[in-house]
Design a protein around this ligand. Sequence first.
Ligand SMILES: Nc1ncnc2c1ncn2[C@@H]1O[C@H](COP(=O)(O)OP(=O)(O)OP(=O)(O)O)[C@@H](O)[C@H]1O
Ligand SMILES: C[C@H](N)[C@H](N)CCCCCC(=O)O
Ligand SMILES: [Mg+2]
Length: 231
Amino acid sequence: MSSFAFFVTGTDTEVGKTAVSCALLYKAHQQGLTTAASKPVACGTEMTAEGPRNEDAVALHQQCHPSLTLEEINPVLFDAPTSPHIAAAEAGATLSVERMLPPIREILALRRQFTLVEGAGGWYVPINDHEDLSDVAIALDLPLILVVGIKLGALNHAFLTYEALKRSGLPIAGWVANSVTPPPSEHCLDQYLDILHRRLEAPCLGIVPFMDNPQPEAIAQHLDLTPLLGA
Ligand SMILES: Nc1ncnc2c1ncn2[C@@H]1O[C@H](COP(=O)(O)OP(=O)(O)OP(=O)(O)O)[C@@H](O)[C@H]1O
Ligand SMILES: C[C@H](N)[C@H](N)CCCCCC(=O)O
Ligand SMILES: [Mg+2]
């Protein structure tokens, strides 16, 4: 089988990129595919018995089959839970596209059947004064998956992000509507979804409801990998 790889971006931070990525990887593995993930830069740590850990990296690590090391998945980790350009500066480091690419390319070179690269925050999050995470996606030349966090304000965020994604020239492989807050009313949710379907010219991979326990296996039930893997 061929190998498929995607860059996962979102309409904002905390919209469910990691939750949806883990669910897509879980579903791919359930379907018998080998999986890998890359979180090239993570900002924000919690101290554990094993040392400082980032929750995105740990969650993605659990969905890689065969297993990879945490360092392979997430080679750059900063303590500050903020924009990568700030977190790097606080740590006395400098990020650049050129330095971020080799570890991601090592993951891609494994040619696992299903690989996801997760950014941080939204499309134009800076990594330094003149480069953004979007530049990493463009350098990788990967098709994009857009996670739309459904909440009040999401439509504007979705359409702004969609315009920026199109401007990159990268194909948009699909989008996911993920309810990160309980929707104000079902009626309103339906209308939000209706205009997203009409304006986002890419396959919808799923509509994920707000869940009390948003674990990969639960979210996966609302996702369809078919548009990503072809017929
Ligand atoms: N469908 C959902 N229902 C309820 N909670 C959700 C859902 N999806 C995600 N969440 C929760 O929302 C929070 C943010 O999700 P997540 O960490 O996946 O966001 P993110 O876009 O990856 O953020 P970041 O920019 O920090 O990488 C998490 O606590 C996650 O468990
Ligand atoms: C720390 C957080 N969870 C993300 N990893 C990084 C979010 C950066 C947001 C930058 C911004 O657009 O203001
Ligand atoms: Mg995340």
